[in-house]
Design a binder for this molecule. Structure first.
Ligand code: TRP
Length: 331
């Protein structure tokens, strides 16, 4: 049986946090053994918001490769590459832009949200900003990917990708499979330190770059049960960040600690100390590998150029089929 082809990507916008690790990367790492995987660093997408801070994108790209690999993606098993190294993404984006009705894009919830919430200057709401999901569709369709492992927040983009694929197939003939989203049942929503979803923009994240002391200090500051002042006061683990993180990082034994918290047999001091240890055990090897890789630019370049070569081979094949289907091939 042919292996499923999978494409996924993240924007290079800075160091990843536990939410990215548990919500996405872990799943990619599992998939790399069974599937033909393409792991993209979507640096052109980052231009939609960082067009005037491109130095940040350049730096974040290096960090993201290092973090992909440190988290367990194996460059032998999956192609790790920069979107901007595979020009076929841009060509397909242009072609798809001609068959994507504006109305479809204006209705995308992430567009409406960003436009309303990010407090952007009117000139920051660019043509490319509106077209963000078309570029994402090109990222996926240029590999004729069968599936895309993304979080729920990307569901609308993926639906639009399928609509664009259907429209293309209807106009020019069957070229693209309709990519399915691979959202694992079990993905835990990682709570941030303040109890909201962990997110870079909320400033409530524990990152892959945090050292042991920083992690300890962050856990120390995490939201717990406000009415649990003394150890013997009953806690409410379902609504306590420390307990919720404990469940994610100690899935087989967290119940005991939750029960002890509820009944006032343990206090937050103990819970925080233990969580810090659990987090460090997971993050230390990742952090170490991340630092090693970041100090080895030659290795990072090698990973990216090998990845781009593999990605390009697949993307070029698709573009040949696309041009032929559209009747605009020159060769
Ligand atoms: N929009 C995605 C995000 O914000 C990033 C992305 C761009 C992507 N192209 C993609 C994700 C293709 C999956 C597949 O997370």
């Amino acid at each position: 049986m042919k292996r499923k082809r999978i494409l996924s990507g993240m924007q290079p916008t800075g160091t990843l946090h536990l939410g990215n690790l548990e919500g996405a990367l872990r799943n990619w790492v599992r998939l790399q053994d069974q599937c033909e995987m393409y792991c993209c660093i979507v640096d052109w997408h980052a231009l939609t918001t960082l067009y005037n801070r491109t130095d940040q994108i350049a730096e974040s790209r290096r960090i993201l490769v290092a973090e992909y690999v440190a988290a367990g993606l194996d460059p032998q098993k999956c192609a790790i590459f920069l979107q901007s190294d595979v020009k076929e993404h841009a060509e397909l984006h242009l072609l798809l832009s001609m068959i994507t009705p504006l109305g479809w894009l204006e209705r995308v919830p992430t567009y409406k949200e960003k436009k309303e919430n990010l407090n952007l200057e009117p000139e920051a709401i660019s043509y490319g900003f509106l077209g963000y999901p078309v570029l994402q569709a090109a990222d996926i369709l240029v590999y004729r990917a069968n599936a895309v492992p993304v979080g729920k927040d990307q569901a609308a983009h993926l639906e639009l990708t399928r609509e664009i694929a259907r429209r293309f197939n209807h106009l020019y003939g069957e070229v693209f499979p309709e990519p399915q989203s691979l959202i694992p049942e079990e993905t835990a929503v990682v709570p941030g330190l303040d109890g909201r979803k962990m997110s870079k923009s909320y400033g409530n994240a524990i990152t892959l770059a945090d050292d042991a002391d920083t992690i300890a200090a962050k856990v120390q500051s995490a939201f717990t049960t406000p009415t649990k002042i003394r150890k013997t006061d009953p806690g409410d683990p379902e609504n306590c960040v420390v307990c919720r993180l404990r469940r994610i990082y100690d899935p087989n034994h967290f119940q005991i600690s939750w029960e002890e918290c509820r009944t006032g047999v343990r206090g937050c001091v103990q819970s925080k100390r233990e969580l810090t240890e659990l987090l460090n055990a997971v993050l230390e090897p990742i952090r170490k590998r991340r630092t090693e890789l970041l100090s080895d630019p030659t290795e990072l370049d090698k990973i990216l150029s090998n990845g781009a070569e593999r990605a390009r081979a697949t993307a070029a094949e698709t573009m040949k089929v696309v041009r032929e289907a559209m009747g605009i091939s020159t060769a």
